[in-house]
Ligand binder design. Structure first.
Ligand code: NAD
Length: 485
């Protein structure tokens, strides 16, 4: 059976890649190949950059309120195609339809934010600073910006980037994940339909070579990246060494602390949704549970029962499924490797999802929710990002010890406490070293008007993605000091 080959958008024209390198795109629910994606080379990256560079002066001069008219139309088109978009996310990524819907909605909220850009990029003045001198600061776009995105949110993460960049007057090149490029193509097709001028938005496909060409291209001013920590660090270092502004979000290892006074039912629901939602493939997924004496006995068995009851299966054809597949066979094998290693080190799988049998989709990449107790704190599943439906459990002696354990992690995306105590919550809020925290909230992911504030090895750069920092990232300031005689 022939499958479509993904096209690239360069200077307003959809075109086939000339590189000759292609990879299959699979539906992880079934293992079937649904498209082919080209891996473009330096010459194609250069064409996209030249197109974006040529389109920049006119777009930067277009009044902000005219730029946002296109984004208003885009927002309406995204709403009108909402069903198609979330189904596409499910098909190429494997999220449940409900999870896919939520993720597309979160992405559209960034377009809502970008539509307010005439208000958000207004400058500042200070008059009469002495001797008839007035100060004024204005925000200007940077030029050509590029976005490189991961597989796990095929709609939301590209939408974190280009709507704000374009609204600020920049031109853009998107390089989506080669594992999930189809939703990105549809997002860009709709932007073209909304009226984005030729060259202002470009889309290329590829992997390491394409990314290196973007990182070193002299005409790219800024790079936005979301992906794993080793690549995020490399992007930051290489982009900065090539004189670019970089915001580079990496991987995570997020902890839940459960206190003895936390309400059991609400905690179980929140932990299940966080650890096993999107099959654990979220940078905000909780993956280590730290229990404080009194909490362990109350929550462990109900948690095991609730996790065991989750239905695992093909999300594209069965709406009753609670959890879908992971992205690929190699990724599934990597998760199995972490579990085998933790068993060797003496841990006990009190819920073992490795042998799940999905009869309706025998070639999909499935692992059911897995709970690992008695883990060595030095074990890979505690220290590294597994990125699967696996929750490691560590029994702590006190809140102080739990916070200390959390703070040993090199990552710093999210942390959550479940408690009824304002005192414990306040201590947690003040002392944990990560950028997004939840107090009785399982997935503390900020909405579009707040920045996505990862710390430590979960973020490299100065200005985070979306929110006010996102707008600052895509603009540069000019201060004018005036005196009239
Ligand atoms: P990845 O790092 O493998 O790939 C991300 C992007 O980088 C892709 O576009 C890929 O083509 C490119 N890439 C991969 N290897 C490269 C290399 N050696 N050189 C240059 N470019 C390269 O990440 P992934 O597996 O697609 O996504 C999952 C990761 O993303 C997880 O670690 C997850 O925590 C992280 N993530 C972080 C956030 C956040 O906001 N912090 C959000 C979502 C996902």
């Amino acid at each position: 059976m022939t499958v479509p080959t993904c096209k690239q958008l360069i200077n307003g024209k959809w075109q086939e890649s000339t590189s000759g390198n292609i990879l299959p795109v699979t539906n992880p629910s079934t293992g079937e190949t649904i498209a082919q994606v080209p891996l473009c080379d330096q010459s194609e990256v250069d064409k996209a950059v030249q197109a974006a560079l040529a389109a920049f002066p006119a777009w930067a001069k277009t009044p902000p309120q005219a730029r946002t008219q296109i984004l208003f139309r885009y927002k309406h088109l995204l709403d009108a195609h909402f069903d198609e978009l979330y189904r596409l996310v499910t098909r190429e990524h494997g999220k449940t339809l409900a999870e896919a819907k939520g993720s597309v909605r979160r992405g559209i909220e960034v377009v809502d934010l970008a539509c307010g850009i005439p208000m958000l990029i207004k400058g500042e003045t200070l008059s009469e600073t002495g001797g008839s001198v007035d100060y004024m600061s204005e925000r200007f776009p940077l030029g050509v910006c590029a976005g490189i995105t991961p597989f796990n949110f095929p709609a939301m993460i590209p939408l974190w980037m280009f709507p704000i960049a374009l609204a600020c007057g920049n031109t853009f090149i998107l390089k989506p994940s080669e594992q999930t490029p189809l939703t990105a193509i549809r997002l860009v097709e709709l932007l073209v339909e909304a009226g984005i001028p030729d060259g202002v938005m470009n889309l290329i496909h590829g992997a390491r070579d394409a990314v290196n060409a973007l990182l070193t291209h002299p005409h790219i001013r800024a790079i936005s990246f979301v992906g794993s920590t080793p690549v995020a660090r490399y992007i930051y270092q290489t982009g900065a060494a090539n004189g670019k502004r970089v915001q580079s979000a990496g991987g995570a290892k997020n902890h839940f602390i459960v206190m003895p006074d936390a309400p059991v039912d609400a905690v179980i629901e929140a932990i299940n949704a966080s650890a096993f939602g999107c099959a654990g493939e979220r940078c905000m997924a909780g993956s280590t549970l730290l229990t404080v004496p009194g909490a362990t006995e109350r929550i462990l068995e109900p948690l095991r029962e609730a996790a065991a009851a989750m239905k695992v299966g093909p999300t594209d054809s069965d709406e009753s499924v609670d959890m879908g597949p992971v992205i690929s066979k190699p990724h599934l094998e990597k998760i199995h490797g972490y579990l085998a290693q933790s068993e060797k080190e003496g841990a006990k799988l009190i819920l073992d999802g490795r042998h799940v049998n999905v009869e309706s989709a025998p070639n999909g990449y499935y692992i059911a929710p897995t709970l690992v107790d008695g883990v060595n704190p030095q074990s890979g599943i505690i220290k590294e990002e597994v990125f699967g439906p696996v929750l490691g459990i560590l029994r702590m002696n006190s809140l102080d010890e739990a916070i200390e354990q959390m703070n040993q992690s090199p990552f710093g995306n999210a942390g959550v406490i479940f408690t009824d105590s304002g005192k414990a919550a306040r201590q947690f809020r003040r002392e944990v070293r990560c950028g997004m925290i939840g107090i009785n909230v399982g997935v503390p992911a900020p909405m579009a008007s707040f920045s996505f504030t990862g710390w430590n090895d979960s973020f490299f750069g100065d200005l985070h993605i979306q929110g006010t920092e996102g707008i600052a990232f895509y603009t540069q300031q000019k201060v004018t000091i005036t005196r009239w005689f």
